[in-house]
Design a protein around this ligand. Structure first.
Ligand code: MG
Length: 401
């Protein structure tokens, strides 16, 4: 079996783009919005390109996508990809791309560019049905689960409760015999040809049998910003299921100077000097904060608390750690375990090591036996004029349940 794939990507997606909250990152088209760090459209292109039976992918593109998507052919090795300009409606875009497919493909799969989560397993379920060859088309669909009412649009008066066993939500890809779909387009009355919301409707009207093919993967169409956020959460839950742990590494050094309070691990040490810095100079909490940010790809402590910003002058480092832990919690992660090393010549940490450990356990909300604090000196190798405190932290984060 040889398949041509047509991807409908001709829409301007103006409403979606305007609804995006972050103007600086607003993409020129919805299909370039990122999902799992990849543009929406690229995700489904890659999925179809990986299928052996697919001999070509013809994309109907809106003008602002053309240059960018052409570049993907090279950068992502998408040699099966070709392009046409999109039309005024979705159906017109599909028709243009369909006419550009090569007759060698006996079946055509039509797919919405805005369904980025389509899975190979679902496509294969659809393809298995094509082999029976008895219908003009097969479409991926989901059985409707909610109770559906038919009601008057204005008054809202219910006319009927529909029989769910006969209701299905149409998705894409939709598979059609190429010759039949072409002739259905040609035969459709001009006023109907380019206004259908899917191609199955065109064949149904022309009297060809079209079948739904049920599947159990999640294949949503991204229409609103909320859809995109849901899809992102879904991808994250999938990847965290594969790996429920993250590890972050942090290190920090502060010079010591007279007249400064000495904070370490959130505690005040007794000393006539302390770490110099824009904040309270707590190198141990800075190392742990950097480790937490690093574990989740959030950047580093300087990006959150610039030492150029007077607002953060003498800020307590426990507040900085708390801020990053809150960001981590929003992403669904919490500290699980930490191990640390402190290098400091004076004061000696023996008497306060346990107190530091207990305080770290409290700040990270973990049990004390999940906190390691190891104190070392510089073995007298650091001259008094270069007195400093150096800390390293290795932090493990786990999924919040
Ligand atoms: Mg620091």
């Amino acid at each position: 079996m040889r398949l041509s794939v047509v991807i409908a990507a001709g829409g301007a997606s103006t409403r979606f783009r305007k609804a995006l909250p972050y103007s600086a990152k607003r993409p020129p088209n919805k299909l370039l919005a990122e999902l799992g760090a990849e543009p929406l459209l690229l995700r489904s292109l890659k999925t179809f390109a990986s299928l052996k039976a697919v001999c070509e992918i013809v994309c109907a593109l809106s003008p602002e996508l053309l240059g960018i998507v052409k570049g993907w052919r090279k950068t992502h090795g998408l040699s099966k990809l070709r392009f046409v300009r999109g039309g005024k409606t979705r159906a017109e875009s599909v028709y243009r791309a369909l006419k550009a497919t090569r007759p060698a493909g006996d079946w055509v799969l039509i797919h919405d560019g805005a369904r980025p989560l389509v899975q190979t397993a679902a496509i294969e379920t659809l393809l298995r049905r094509l082999k029976s060859g008895r219908a003009g088309g097969f479409i991926l669909a989901r059985a409707v689960v909610p109770t559906i009412k038919r009601a008057l649009p204005v008054s809202g008066r219910i006319l009927a409760t529909l029989d769910r066993s006969e209701l299905f939500e149409a998705e894409t890809p939709q598979a059609f015999k190429r010759s039949i779909l072409l002739s259905a387009f040609k035969k459709a009355p001009a006023q109907e040809r380019f206004f259908g919301t899917d191609e199955a409707a065109l064949l149904e009207k022309a009297g060809y049998p079209v079948h739904v093919v049920k599947h159990d993967t999640w294949n949503p169409k991204i229409t609103t910003v909320n859809d995109l956020e849901l899809a992102e959460a879904y991808l994250q839950s999938q990847s965290s299921r594969a790996c429920p742990w993250r590890v972050g590494l942090g290190a920090d050094t502060h010079r010591l100077g007279a007249g400064r309070k000495f904070y370490l691990g959130g505690l005040r040490l007794k000393a006539p000097y302390g770490p110099l810095g824009h904040s309270d100079g707590d190198a141990l909490l800075h190392a742990i904060t950097d480790a937490a940010a690093g574990a989740l790809g959030l950047g580093d402590i300087g990006e959150f608390f610039s030492d150029k910003n007077p607002k953060f002058k003498n800020i307590r480092s426990a507040a900085m750690l708390e801020y990053v832990l809150k960001r981590a919690a929003e992403k669904g992660w919490k500290p699980v375990q930490v191990d640390t090393i402190i290098h400091l010549e004076r004061p000696r940490l023996g008497p306060v090591k346990d107190k530091i450990k207990m305080n770290l356990a409290k700040l990270l909300r973990v049990a004390p036996d999940c906190v390691g604090v190891k104190a070392k000196t510089f073995e007298g190798l650091v001259p008094a004029a270069e007195a400093r405190v150096e800390c390293q932290a290795l932090l493990m984060m786990g999924r919040r349940t």
